[in-house]
Design a protein around this ligand. Sequence first.
Ligand code: FE
Length: 135
Amino acid sequence: MTVYRVVRSDEEWRRMLTPLQYEVLRRKATEPRFSKEHYHNIHDGTYVCAGCGNPLFSSSTRYDSGSGWPSFFRLIDPVAVKTLLDHELGYERIEVQCALCGGHLGHVFDDGPLPTGGMRYCINSASLDLIPDDG
Ligand code: FE
């Protein structure tokens, strides 16, 4: 059983999050490709969970996968997320959730760039907030 450190009622999540953030983070929706500000975001900083602020990805590990969703080749810390098998589309994918609040972030695939490890974290913009580096 997973115990999340950030626990809120469905009502609280609805109040806190935008409708799109709620659908993605709490209902596992996938946002349309090329949506929202982060796809074209060029600022350096740290991408955190939009639900709870958990630091997930550094902008230095972001790359353009062409998928239409923000893509990263490495987590800041492997324990920042939890992965689960997902058969929703009729084939197996690996879902990535925030380890602190259980929010749905996206999926991870093994077709990422080499030599950085070959991982592609395919993450919904709506699940992320960017904390820009100072200066
Ligand atoms: Fe979170």
